[in-house]
Design a protein around this ligand. Structure first.
Ligand code: NAD
Ligand code: DAU
Length: 363
């Protein structure tokens, strides 16, 4: 089932996309510009280690596209962009997003995820309050299922009313930002929408995360490090399906509401890695080591490692007609193919800085 058609009879929107040079943000910008060509897309991204302007290269120079390198904590810059570009919609992706990095250095997570989100909300509140007809204005806060904590093997999946129980500095900082987005609706009426999504995968995914890390290590013939006993479960969603869900929420979501988004694909890490190995063996013409499964090694566990995430996406399905459209097998094949074809994208990311990070986590 495809989600509803929002393209007909709609007034073009003017979006500020924060974090649009990152993994999901870039996929969202490509998705949106293909679907809503008349919309204005202004990207605000600090280009941290995770941001990559090349992710948006094909859109540079288009009339409706503008890239601004800057920080979401810079209130003056945010105020200027909201006004100058007459922004009516913020799609807020910018964040420090990697759990392992939040364990090594949590300060940046508080700064960007909490203070940065607060800065955007405060700027948008004033901007929205100064408009004559702000009915269509929206602030989409893109968040994560990790705010709900960890599930036992038989516990039901997270719903929108599951209690918050974040376990890492990353998820705690995202929880803080969710609470701020919620409070801005309840206190000031700012039309915020919150989405809590499960693990994404697909093109432009930075190599530090499980799926791209495994793909790249297979291509290089390097060990495939599985944390702990490999029995942790994640609920995987192909990134374009996440973008479709965000589209549905921006157009059809009710301000002040939260929507859970998930792939209904609960898989143990070790099973996911084995599946990826098989796909890579089949699809890659030249591999330094084959079969890839030989490369799997179990390494020291992540501190405080959440055991299981699972999302109950009933609300977005019934209220907004969204369902995932890409199966896990198909999504993994598309992803492997993308990494096979885009060595020029990922090779430069394996910089000295990245190697230093890698040594710290995997030493
Ligand atoms: P990412 O790390 O790939 O990208 C983050 C982007 O934000 C980068 O382009 C970076 O340069 C930018 N950024 C960081 N700090 C900034 C700042 N202070 N000012 C401006 N830009 C800044 O992250 P992602 O995986 O694309 O995640 C995007 C959002 O989706 C995050 O909010 C994350 O919490 C959420 N999310 C991610 C997943 C997932 O599986 N990756 C799942 C659910 C929710
Ligand atoms: O659930 C949504 C979240 O998914 C997002 O909010 C985060 O931004 C995103 O990074 C992701 O968090 P995870 O910690 O689940 O993703 P990661 O890819 O880091 O790890 C996925 C699982 O694989 C997790 O159980 C840890 C494990 N893992 C990860 C790496 C990098 C390994 O076993 N080995 C590894 O080398």
């Amino acid at each position: 089932m495809s989600h509803r058609e929002y393209g007909k009879n709609r007034k073009p929107r003017r979006l500020l996309v924060t974090g649009g040079a990152g993994f999901i943000g870039a996929n969202f910008v490509h998705y949106w510009s293909a679907r809503y060509a008349s919309d204005r897309l202004v990207i605000l991204d600090a280009l941290t280690y995770a941001g990559n302007r090349n992710n948006l290269r094909e859109l540079e120079g288009r009339e409706n596209f503008r890239f601004v390198q800057g920080n979401i904590c810079d209130r003056h810059l945010v105020d200027i962009l909201l006004k100058e570009e007459a922004i009516d919609t913020i799609a807020h992706f910018a964040a420090e997003s990697h759990v392992d990095r939040s364990i090594l250095g949590p300060a940046a997570f508080i700064e960007t995820n909490v203070i940065g989100t607060f800065t955007l909300l405060e700027a948008f509140r004033q901007h929205w309050q100064s408009q004559q007809n702000p009915e269509e204005y929206r602030f989409l806060h893109v968040s994560t299922d990790e705010v709900y904590g960890s599930l036992g093997p038989d516990e039901p999946a997270f719903t929108e009313t599951s209690p918050y129980a974040p376990n890492s500095p990353y998820s705690a900082s995202k929880a803080g930002s969710d609470h701020l987005a919620r409070a801005y609706f309840h206190t000031y009426g700012v039309p915020t929408l919150i989405t809590n999504c499960s693990n994404n995968y697909g093109p432009y995914h930075f190599p530090e995360k499980l799926i791209p890390l495994m793909c790249i290590n297979m291509l290089l013939g390097k060990p495939l490090p599985v944390y702990g006993d490999g029995q942790n479960i994640r609920d995987w969603l192909y990134v374009t399906d996440h973008c479709r869900a965000l589209d549905a929420v921006i157009h059809g979501g009710k301000p002040g509401e939260t929507y859970n988004i998930g792939g209904n694909n609960q898989v143990k890490n070790i099973d996911l890695v084995r599946t990826l190995c098989k796909i890579m063996d089949e699809m890659a013409p030249n591999l330094p080591v084959r079969p890839c499964e030989q490369l799997i090694v179990f390494v020291k566990d992540r501190p405080g490692h959440d055991r299981r995430y699972a999302i109950d996406a009933t609300k977005i399905k019934t209220e907004l007609g969204w369902m995932p459209s890409v199966t896990l097998e198909e999504g993994l094949r598309r992803t492997v193919e993308w990494y096979l074809k885009h060595e020029d994208w990922w090779k430069p990311l394996l910089s000295e800085e990245y190697q230093a990070y890698y040594r710290k986590v995997y030493a």
